[in-house]
Design a protein around this ligand. Structure first.
Ligand SMILES: Cc1cc2nc3c(=O)[nH]c(=O)nc-3n(C[C@H](O)[C@H](O)[C@H](O)COP(=O)(O)OP(=O)(O)OC[C@H]3O[C@@H](n4cnc5c(N)ncnc54)[C@H](O)[C@@H]3O)c2cc1C
Length: 435
């Protein structure tokens, strides 16, 4: 039975909270929910799916394509089930985020809003707007995205290194990942406000048919995959040697999509990798998973330092590249018709599955910027549309880096496509599979 009460606006003594899920779609390791629950006696759990995700944007297509959309709906459906098992509902709203949040806050008479802190430019702006317009609402913001929070980092975010290596050295010397929050034993009572039906999304009737994709959204699938990768396949023991492979499911962790929408916690990943190290094997490969998660961490905090510059043509260096946008060249790259077989194979893999290996991403981005001489922002926006694991920090940060206007100290990193093909697809199997 869903444990919730009917709207109760006006009873001032009740501390009523709404938890706004954004990129933290899970109940495990959820200190943001824990913090809110300490302060309130009734709670609503909500998620807002913004129409903006599906409307054509500045680059000529929508920010969210079909792969990530499907993955997100699966994730929400799983989250709803997890909440139902705890006697709660998930109120999924659709429309314009600002309009939905105003509807919700006005209808609910809330005293508190709980939310995970997120360094994304839009995410920060959204929350600032809410704080400005609802200035009596107590906003409890808790960091859940990464391994650390701003308080434990050994520098102020404005002074953080712009280059990964000094960032990593300082972090490794002074910080250990924050502990995992244990599951909350007792959630407060549920509360369901009266919201205009036009804003409510019925997740069950919105779920598309299951696709053949290997990625299934939701924290249940995420935790299962983490366990399988570590303890059934024991693949972490060889991660460093295999991570650059173009197309093999077990050769890298494949955790990115769940990490990106927060259905998996990075701290939980580290906890399980440590368990693997204690019970099975500890070596360079197991350390390297932590190393790669530090890249994620680096880009997450760096976007906070640079705000709107994260998306500018001249990047965080303020130096305009000499490339430009040609719609026809761009379209050929998107469709995998550039004439560079390794690039075309990767782009078709992306279109079909919503995923591409890290090596593949580096090659297609390098080709886009150097061989095709295109405006890097179109490439980044196309990745945003296509990737199942799209994350604003990692995607735009890696693109800035490869376009030479981000955090790469070498500035001009062009991959030799011929040589890379010989190393990573020597027998042509990958090209054959996708072309
Ligand atoms: C142009 C470009 C765009 C990218 N866009 C994204 C994106 O939108 N979302 C995203 O999660 N990753 C992005 N990456 C990083 C990386 O390619 C993916 O994280 C990785 O391929 C996902 O597969 P995996 O989970 O098997 O990675 P693994 O090799 O198993 O790595 C483990 C985890 O470490 C993190 N990680 C690994 N490499 C990087 C990296 N270079 N930067 C940041 N984090 C990293 C990811 O969270 C990943 O899941 C991008 C890389 C490039 C070159």
């Amino acid at each position: 039975m869903i444990n919730q009460q009917i709207e109760d606006v006006g009873s001032n003594d009740v501390q009523k909270g709404v938890f706004w899920f954004r990129h933290d779609l899970r109940l495990h390791d959820q200190p943001a929910i824990a913090e809110l629950c300490k302060a309130v006696s009734q709670v609503t759990f909500t998620y807002i799916l913004d129409d903006k995700c599906f409307n054509e944007a500045a680059f000529g297509f929508s920010p969210m394509g079909k792969h990530r959309h499907t993955f997100l709906l699966q994730t929400l459906s799983d989250l709803k089930q997890q909440l139902n098992q705890r006697g709660h509902e998930l109120l999924i709203l659709k429309g314009n985020t600002a309009e939905c949040i105003v509807q919700l806050l006005n209808a609910g008479g809330y005293t508190h809003l709980g939310v995970s802190q997120h360094c994304g430019f839009d995410e920060t702006a959204q929350l600032n707007t809410v704080k400005r317009f609802f200035n009596t609402l107590r906003v409890i913001e808790t960091p859940t995205f990464g391994l650390f929070d701003a308080e434990v980092l050994p520098f102020d975010i404005e002074d953080m290194p712009d280059v990964f290596s000094p960032f990593r050295r300082k972090v490794e010397k002074h910080c250990t990942p924050l502990p995992v929050q244990e599951r909350i034993a007792q959630l407060p009572d549920g509360f369901m406000p009266n919201i205009d039906k036009q804003y409510i999304l019925d997740i069950e009737s919105s779920l598309p048919k299951p696709s053949p994709s290997s990625f299934i959204g939701g924290e249940s699938a995420a935790l299962k995959h983490l366990e399988t990768y570590l303890f059934d396949w024991k693949a972490a023991a060889t991660y460093k040697e295999t991570r650059n492979t173009l197309d093999t499911w077990k050769d890298s962790t494949k955790l990115s999509a769940w990490l990106a929408n927060g259905s998996l916690s990075a701290r939980e990943v580290i906890r399980q990798v440590q368990r693997f190290e204690q019970t099975i094997e500890k070596n360079d490969s197991t350390y390297w998973i932590y190393f790669e998660l530090l890249w994620r961490e680096f880009f997450h905090w760096l976007q906070c330092k640079y705000g709107a510059k994260w998306f500018r043509f001249s990047g965080i260096q303020g130096r305009k590249p000499t490339t430009c946008h040609d719609p026809e060249t761009f379209s050929r790259w998107c469709k995998g018709e550039t004439g560079y077989p390794i690039v075309d194979a990767c782009m078709r893999q992306l279109a079909e599955t919503g995923y591409m290996s890290n090596r593949g991403r580096q090659l297609v981005a390098s080709c886009f910027v150097h061989e095709l001489r295109q405006d890097w922002r179109y490439g980044a926006a196309w990745f945003e549309h296509q990737l199942i694991d799209y994350d604003v920090g990692s995607n735009w940060g890696n693109w800035l880096y490869l376009a030479g206007v981000g955090s790469d100290p070498r500035g001009h990193r062009q991959f030799n496509l011929q040589k890379q093909t010989e190393i990573y697809d020597p027998d042509g199997r990958f090209r054959k599979a996708w072309l």
